[in-house]
Design a protein. Structure first.
Length: 317
């Protein structure tokens, strides 16, 4: 098993991008995938516990989503392009995946950062900014427009999952609204986001699972998807203690940028061996093309990663 507390595993560098819009600092940590060649995982990969509940999306479908925040051009494609152009681009990616894997239906998604990590403490000292209801509703409206799902992504800063998730209940009770957690910006050490890579532990993640499972039971909903972003072993602690329940489908998403070799290494040695249930793979339109990159992964290339168990959540930033 990979050691989870070795900061010296990070072979990349941190690119801090700060952008201030309307008083909100949009911080993109944009961290490169570590080189884990010398730290190959020895943990056994558990078989996914497939939910038999009606309406479960995984593993019978693949989700292809666009990521970002509507107010920031630096955080991903959601804010980088006009809405119609962005949706057209997403549709083209969806079609590429349908052609690459015709046996797996593709569902489009809008992965919206609803809580944005901040480089400064703010009025409450929590180093995060909560997006207004109107912007969250915009993400859900777009998801409905494309007959897809919305994923509300949380960068909690100095706050907690216990404080942030319940505030989104009015949206999470909708059948096509899912949740994502970004450990990179969960700063348990007390430093500001962007100064080091954060982490979440099994207790944090299990709170999210229990909360979503409760909503599913109380409102007779189809299973929720919980996405957890990661690109180092330290970002998700005690993964073996993460609970698996039929009401929540867990996706461990490979979130680092870099060359194909580095991303493959991170996926093979960290994300897939510690996936809990299912895996995801994020592609960066800009950062994945930085030298010495030879290009962006194609759908066919990603399908060849662990071909018997390929990623089912594909995210473009």
């Amino acid at each position: 098993m990979l050691k989870s507390n070795k900061f010296n595993l990070y072979a990349g560098y941190f690119a801090f991008i700060l952008m201030v819009i309307g008083g909100i600092t949009f911080l993109s940590f944009a961290s490169e995938s570590p080189d884990t060649t010398a730290n190959a995982a020895s943990a056994e990969t558990p078989a996914p516990v497939v939910s038999t509940m009606t309406g479960a999306l995984l593993p019978s479908h693949r989700i292809v989503a666009y990521y970002g925040n509507f107010e920031s051009k630096r955080m991903g494609v959601l804010g980088q392009y006009p809405t119609d152009e962005m949706l057209s681009m997403l549709n083209k990616e969806v079609e590429r995946w349908r052609e690459a894997d015709p046996k797996t239906p593709v569902i489009p998604g809008i992965d919206y950062i609803a809580v944005v990590a901040q480089g400064s403490p703010g009025a409450d000292g929590m180093y995060r900014s909560r997006m207004p209801d109107s912007e969250i509703q915009k993400a859900i409206t777009l998801a409905n427009q494309i007959h897809g799902i919305a994923v509300l992504d949380l960068q909690i800063g100095h706050s907690t999952v216990e404080a942030e998730i319940p505030r989104l209940e009015q949206y999470l009770v909708l059948p096509n609204v899912m949740l994502a957690l970004d450990p990179e910006f969960s700063m348990k050490t007390g430093v500001a986001p962007g100064r080091e890579i954060g982490s979440l532990n099994a207790q944090d993640i299990n709170f999210a699972i229990d909360y979503l499972a409760k909503l599913v039971k109380e409102h007779n909903l189809p299973p929720k998807i919980l996405v957890i972003h990661r690109f180092t072993s330290h970002m998700v602690l005690d993964y073996k203690d993460i609970k698996v329940v039929p009401e929540v489908q867990i996706v461990m998403d490979m979130d680092g940028w870099g060359s194909k070799a580095k991303k493959t290494d991170t996926y093979d040695n960290i994300v897939h061996p510690q996936k809990v249930e299912f895996t995801g793979f994020k592609l960066f339109y800009v950062n994945d093309l930085k030298p010495p990159s030879t290009g962006l992964f194609s759908p066919t290339e990603i399908l060849k990663l662990q071909p018997q168990d390929p990623p089912l959540y594909i995210l473009y930033q």
